[in-house]
Design a binder for this molecule. Sequence first.
Ligand SMILES: C[S@@+](CC[C@H](N)C(=O)[O-])C[C@H]1O[C@@H](n2cnc3c(N)ncnc32)[C@H](O)[C@@H]1O
Length: 339
Amino acid sequence: MEKLLNRITCGNCVALLRKTKEPFADLIFADPPFNIGYKYDKYHDKVKKKNYIAWTKDWMTVCKKVLKPHGSFYIAIGDEYSANVKIIADELGLFMRNWIIWHYTFGQRTKKKFARSHTHIFYFVNDKDKFTFNDHAVRTPSDRQLIYNDRRANPAGKMPDDVWSHFPRICGTFRHRRNWHPCHMPESLLARIIRVSSDEGDWVLDPFSGSGTTAVVAAKLKKKYTGIELSGEYTRESRKRIQNCKNLPVEGEGPREWTDYMDRELKWLYHENNVPTGQLSVEEHKLALFTAKFNSIMANEENHFTPNEIMKRLIRLRKSGKLGPLHQKKVRTSKAKSS
Ligand SMILES: C[S@@+](CC[C@H](N)C(=O)[O-])C[C@H]1O[C@@H](n2cnc3c(N)ncnc32)[C@H](O)[C@@H]1O
């Protein structure tokens, strides 16, 4: 077991975990191949349905075996086998706390059906009453705080919904794309799971490590980790990724680079919004709403800006003369009204 600690091991997760004598994982995140024909270098992702279901039962069983009594177990899965995963989990005695939908933009293009833009993420625990859930670590600003400036709002923010929409899928052109692996998760999504479901010193296991996202984020958040990956190449590359990640922030959360494109979008939104900078700077809720709109436009850019940052950018644009005057709304005079 100690051999697996703080490393990504190349091998078959079922065989390796089966040998383990005692439960060691406080948190497991599993993102197996979905059996939809993805091109991995070693694994063949299109097997008979009944074989895939039997294999799913095998790996879920060994994962359950290594999960500590108060541990949490997250599984990402596509539409095709989500029902099977839920049934197997029930048979294994896992308790479902959430059936999360990760809704992403840049889904795959389709012509003859609606484009798929989501993945299921199951959140199970071993013990329905005892588990780690650090709500304070993942709360987000509420509409009451952001938009309505409502004093009744909880200052700690609100719990995110079970539909997760602001984690982009890592597409081919994205800055954080690792071209040596065909499909990997955004670090920020893993960070939410690891923060909420593990404590300091806890041990995080990913049996399908892929590009090493879970291990990298666990290392960045100072947790123990174990990754298991079938492919030698993915293992080698993800080990390099871990070595190079020391002292780096979670991708999508660190200081962000501001681009000319963002300036153009900000300027466009400013004119569309038609609220002068002077007013935005004194009316907090208007700035919050403006920021929320900008962040939703930028959702695919893996960024999330604060009202303060947005205000600074607007002022900079205005000082450089690039913002331009707002379109004046026609004010109806009483004379005009009476005529
Ligand atoms: C969907 S990917 C995981 C991606 C990962 N979540 C990430 O963010 O990089 C699934 C991975 O499981 C690996 N794999 C398939 N069968 C395996 C097995 N029996 N044991 C370990 N890894 C396996 C594949 O090679 C592939 O890299």
